[in-house]
Ligand binder design. Structure first.
Ligand code: FAD
Length: 475
């Protein structure tokens, strides 16, 4: 068993001490061996608190610094497909080039996290710094590495570089709703939402050099092994493209499009009203912290839109991490609150007008042309509009034989086709739609029980359904 984490007592100054936890305390005085940053979820060099912590440790003990990225072997992490793996690897290829320009060694480990202990031993590392994900396979991999290294004497740290407020500092428990979470977040947000310092200078690398990576061969091999869901071409991977999507003078969200976010974000016919940042946020190619800082600087231009964006970016997104961190059953009916599980079970045998198999749903063969369009938007474009995601998941509840099956099909399709899939926000989105998570009970009705209901007529009243269907056909 890995020891219980403690908050770092000796956190070098630039990183808030509560952002850093010690997963394995070192034995004896700090050695001058290299510091290794195990990059997991935060695949960027800029605005990265975990890299900053690693660099600060290295600078303090005149030790060199390296970055390691182990690719989870097949079945790839949470069954990532060609679509997601291609995006990840193409982003890393740019990151590796950028690291080389800065003389920062980048070790890409094809054997997965199990290679981390051997690497840190070979390098004689004095510290290992990992970033944070609340998802089970990542936590299991981290626990296994910590356990393997328990007699090696080095210190293992974990830094929450993904959330604006570290998940364990935002709340010590599973939150009931955005309302309860928002109150806690607002009390501490200013303390954490501060500008990033410069990365400190570290001594040059003088150890084993990373193996040369033939990125074309690697991407080709990995993508061939992954099940065939084609890559997308409308969203360029990497940190530079992510910053362009946020701040670019041509079409950057905060520069050109933020003003209509408040009024238009729930209209599937106006996809440009959304930021489009979720692929970059999911792969950590941009930091939510950076997005929030930049949005706040522009608040005077459009206060309502910036506030609405910060609500989604910080409160809703980090509430999803809270759920997955504190609820081990984050992706099954067992993770729903009692009231929701009961009402769904009470109505599990209600008569359904349609029952579709997973294959029928996957190939968009239902009687509802609006739903089919949203499914095709996800399958071909790789990103469904946020409003349609709610309708899409709720209909799966209505058209399958029970809530467990509905949830498992929704998560399967969401993770398979969405470029931003396999993310806490995805598990929570499906749980919200199907199991009433972070929502309240509504008037009881067939199949849904007290879970909030959505229907075609409501969509038709809200937006031009035919215009959305035509838009999807043109994608
Ligand atoms: P914007 O509206 O511009 O939002 C900016 C950012 O805020 C997003 O990138 C995201 O990080 C965060 N955000 C926005 N809405 C939510 C929300 N409801 N919950 C949590 N964070 C939010 N999001 C994913 O990242 N991956 C998923 O796999 C995913 N699956 C979903 C499935 C269902 C059934 C539902 C209802 C929601 C899902 N979401 C998912 C949440 C949300 O729909 C997407 O984050 C959003 O549509 C992404 O597009 P955007 O970046 O253009 O959004």
């Amino acid at each position: 068993m890995a020891p219980a984490p403690t908050t770092a007592t000796v956190s070098p100054a630039p990183v808030h001490p509560n952002r850093v936890r010690v997963l394995l305390p070192g034995q004896g005085p700090p050695a001058a061996g290299p510091v290794v940053y195990w990059m997991l979820r935060d695949q960027r060099l800029a605005d990265n608190w975990a890299l900053l912590h690693a660099a600060t440790l290295a600078a303090a003990s005149a030790a060199p610094l390296a970055v390691a990225f182990p690719l989870f072997p097949k079945p790839f992490l949470l069954s990532a497909r060609r679509r997601q793996l291609g995006f990840l690897l193409r982003g890393l290829r740019r990151l590796a080039a950028h690291a080389a320009d800065r003389r920062l060694p980048f070790f890409f480990l094809t054997g997965g996290p199990a290679e981390i202990p051997a690497l840190v031993r070979r390098l004689g590392a004095s510290a290992l710094v990992a970033d944070f994900s609340p998802l089970r396979p990542v936590r299991q991999a981290l626990d296994a590495v910590v356990n393997d290294l328990r007699h090696d004497g080095l210190t293992v740290y974990q830094v929450d570089a993904h959330n604006v407020v570290p998940v364990w500092a935002a709340s010590p428990k599973l939150e009931y709703s955005a309302r309860t979470f928002r109150g806690k977040m607002n009390k501490v947000l200013d303390e954490y939402l501060v500008e990033f310092p410069e990365l400190p200078e570290v001594v040059p690398w003088d150890r084993e050099q990373p193996e040369e990576i033939d990125w074309d061969v690697l991407i080709d091999t990995v993508c061939r092994e992954a099940e065939d869901v084609p890559e997308i071409d409308w969203c360029e991977p990497g940190e530079a493209a992510a910053m362009e999507a946020l701040l670019g003078s041509q079409d950057g969200f905060l520069v050109k499009r933020i003003k209509s976010y408040d009024t238009d974000r729930n209209y599937p016919t106006k996809p440009k009203a959304l930021s489009g940042l979720s692929p970059y946020l999911h792969f950590g190619q941009i930091s939510a912290h950076r997005c929030a800082l930049e949005a706040k600087k522009r608040r005077h231009l459009s206060p309502k839109s910036v506030d609405a964006f910060l609500e989604e970016l910080i409160i809703r997104r980090e509430l999803a991490d809270n759920f997955c961190y504190y609820q081990p059953h984050y992706d099954t009916l067992a993770g729903a609150w009692d009231w929701a599980r009961k009402t769904l079970q009470d109505h599990a045998y209600d008569k359904r007008e349609h029952i579709y198999t997973r294959e029928q749903l996957e190939s968009a063969k239902t009687a509802d042309h609006l739903w089919n369009a949203s499914q095709l938007e996800m399958v071909h474009h790789g990103k469904m509009h946020g409003f349609m995601r709610m309708y899409w998941a709720k209909k799966i509840l209505e058209w399958t034989s029970g809530p467990e099956e509905a949830l498992s099909i929704a998560i399967y399709l969401n993770d398979k086709y969405h470029i931003d899939g396999r993310d806490p926000s995805g598990y929570v989105g499906c749980m919200w739609s199907i199991c009433g998570l972070h929502d309240q009970g509504w008037k009881e009705r067939p199949i849904f029980g007290k879970i909030r209901y959505m229907n075609y007529a409501g969509c038709k009243r809200k937006f031009d359904v035919d215009a959305y269907i035509s838009y999807v056909k043109r994608l």
